[in-house]
Design a protein around this ligand. Structure first.
Ligand code: TRP
Length: 465
């Protein structure tokens, strides 16, 4: 056991898991999903999914991990259901796929930090040249992956827990500072209105599904990342309340990221709602538009705020890439008995190679840029977008669905409940635990099952109703 490692404290576990959850998904992806999904309407659905559906699944993942002291593949076997280790392998595949493109976006963000510090604000207008600059992006990509691997190779308490303890508080301070700043910009209020007043006419089936995908992605659920982190958790920790804190922190930081971004977009568009929705709904939004905003602040302030912003983004990304790398690493350590640091660098190398087509698809290769057109899609998708859809959305919600079925009907609720029961849980804790117990067997399988089926048919086969 000692060789696997442990979190030193409950706070360390919560910070590392919240660090895994809070990432590019919150600061880069969430605002543009809100923009594309009609503002506040998307936000509402997202909140419901996160709190009602994802929170019980998170509890289940942590419980499975802690009960078995194993990473996902071994966990199902240890509980006595070797066939279910397929879910673990599905998780491994998602982890590799997600990290492969995530590292590319993280590399862009990290590179932007240096561009801002150099005062190169025109980078926003030249974003596509920047992402097509293979040498530059590869260097940033290698640096970022190496930073991740360095931390993971140091182990759970000395690497992952320590890094989270430093980076998470810094991230929160940076984000609060930037919110205060963005709220003082002219037209900030129009942005807040777009963000907080729902327009339900924008709500379509695909918006609902992207809200679900976003909730899973943002909470790092469905691939066993939290099974793995849970496996390093001490027995006397309250799982339900920890999961609740992680969920609420992640949702709050996504919410705060919106609060930081929408006033800025409104400032840029002089409060024009139509334009806010258009600009903020773009995937490349923060990379293309933010530098111009920083430029307008003047050279000194622009360098400071712009630098801090992309530093924040890189920090957020790093605590997430750590958890993504940890899952396949833990698999090699637990199942293949490979030494931790060897396993880490091996996985990092493989994932980096898998990510090369994603890197190429962002400007330098038209083959990977227009990689495939799925039957359910209007336009062709880039390699990165396909990997994101398969690994970062479909596999995760499918994984979440299977984990809820497994927990309630295979492992059985009695065992699950035994693992999440906590002596001094208090009234709220008890209520939450009873909700989790109910939701994991009823709400999660039904809602996730239906949504998975509908979107798989729709996206991959072009069948819609
Ligand atoms: N949650 C992270 C984000 O929002 C991404 C992430 C890290 C993730 N680990 C994960 C997503 C595991 C799914 C599964 O940026």
């Amino acid at each position: 056991m000692a060789s696997r490692g442990n979190f030193n404290s409950r706070l360390g576990f919560i910070l590392a898991s919240a660090g895994s959850a809070v990432g590019l998904g919150n600061i880069w992806k969430f605002p543009f999903e809100v923009g594309a999904g009609g503002g506040a309407a998307f936000l509402l659905i997202y909140l419901c999914f996160a709190l009602l559906l994802c929170f019980p699944v998170m509890t289940a993942e942590i419980a499975i991990g802690r009960r078995t002291n194993s990473s996902p593949v071994g966990a199902f076997r240890k509980l006595g259901f070797p066939k279910w280790s397929g879910v673990g392998y599905l998780g491994l595949a998602s982890g590799v796929l997600i990290l492969s493109f995530y590292n590319v976006v993280a590399a862009w963000s990290f590179g932007y930090f240096f561009e801002m510090v150099r005062g190169n604000f025109s980078i926003g207008a030249n974003f596509s040249d920047y992402t097509a600059d293979l040498i530059k992006i590869s260097i940033y990509g290698v640096l970022f992956m190496s930073a991740t691997a360095f931390i993971v190779s140091r182990g759970v308490s000395q690497g992952i827990e320590r890094a989270a303890k430093i980076m998470m508080p810094s991230l929160i301070i940076l984000i609060l500072g930037l919110i205060i700043y963005s709220l003082t910009l002219p037209d900030a209020l129009a942005g807040i209105k777009y963000y907080l007043l729902p327009d339900f006419s924008k709500l379509t089936g695909s918006v609902v599904y992207s809200a679900l995908g976003q909730a899973f992605f943002s909470l790092s659920l469905g691939m066993g990342a939290l099974i793995t982190f849970g496996s390093y958790l001490k027995k006397d920790t309250n799982i339900v309340s920890s999961a609740a804190i992680i969920t609420v922190s992640d949702v709050s930081i996504a919410f705060l990221a919106g609060l930081m971004m929408f006033p800025i977009v409104a400032y840029l568009t002089q409060g024009d709602l139509q334009a806010i929705s258009q600009i903020s709904g773009e995937e490349s939004f923060i990379f293309q538009t933010m530098p111009a905003v920083f430029e307008s602040l003047g050279s000194t302030l622009g360098v400071i705020i712009g630098g801090l912003f992309f530093l924040l983004l890189s920090f957020a990304a790093l605590t997430s890439t750590i958890s993504l790398l940890e899952v396949p690493t833990a698999f090699l350590v637990d199942e293949k008995k490979i030494q931790r640091s060897k396993a880490t660098w091996l996985v990092a190398l493989v994932v980096f190679l898998v990510g090369i087509p994603s890197m190429l698809g962002a400007g330098s290769s038209s083959f990977f840029a227009d990689f495939i057109r799925l039957p359910g899609m209007e336009n062709s998708m880039s390699f990165m977008a396909v990997v994101g859809l398969v690994g970062g959305s479909t596999f995760l919600s499918l994984g979440g669905f299977l984990i809820s079925i497994f927990t309630a009907y295979v492992w059985k609720k009695r065992n699950f409940n035994e693992e999440i029961y906590y002596e001094n849980e208090g009234r709220l804790g008890r209520l939450l635990r009873l909700y989790v117990d109910f939701a994991i067997g009823v709400i999660c399988p039904i809602v996730l099952g239906i949504l998975c089926l509908v979107t798989i048919l729709n996206n991959y086969f072009g069948i819609s109703w």
